[in-house]
Ligand binder design. Structure first.
Ligand code: MN
Length: 164
């Protein structure tokens, strides 16, 4: 599989939160690369890993010794990810709106534009919009095994989402 084909597949499969859908497909860089906003790719969050309407935009991928990749996800009101965890962890930077994040076994926590969430490695959680507001966050993850930044689990039920 070529590197570009691998990126395309990852972009479709990981579509998150995990975001390997980086616009930079080169293994190494020798000079700064500016990826233009108009060239970023946005896809619908697949129903296998998201509830409701979610769009995911790949921002950048790994290169050289840089093991992080980044993406942006916008959740429409009520939309959320499935439960999942990240083998290396995740940083969420909320850039717009109001949403929730919740760890398994703990209450959901409201998050707002400007808030930053750091998720430990291996901790089961979900994140998404609030009932009445969309929410956008940037997600930064690192790989442990190549291309694996998220491990998906079951859907967040309406009861779980509502905090009941
Ligand atoms: Mn996550």
């Amino acid at each position: 599989m070529t590197r570009n084909a691998k990126w395309t597949m990852l972009g479709i499969m990981m579509a998150t939160l995990g975001f390997a859908a980086g616009a930079q497909a080169a293994d190494t860089l020798t000079e700064q690369v500016v990826t233009r906003a108009a060239d970023l790719k946005t896809i619908e969050g697949p129903a296998a890993t998201f509830t409701g309407k979610v769009t995911v935009t790949g921002l950048y991928g790994t290169y050289g010794d840089m093991k992080s990749s980044g993406g942006s996800a916008t959740f429409q009101p009520g939309a959320r990810s499935f439960w999942h965890y990240h083998p290396v962890g995740q940083v969420l930077i909320v850039t717009d709106g109001v949403g929730y994040t919740q760890e398994w076994g703990k209450p959901r926590v409201e998050i707002r534009a400007g808030d930053i969430v750091r998720c430990p490695a291996g901790v089961k959680h979900w994140h998404g919009a609030s009932e009445n507001s969309a929410m956008t966050h940037i997600s930064i993850c690192e790989e442990k095994d190549p291309g694996v930044v998220v491990v998906w689990q079951e859907a967040v039920t309406d009861e779980q989402y509502a905090g009941r």
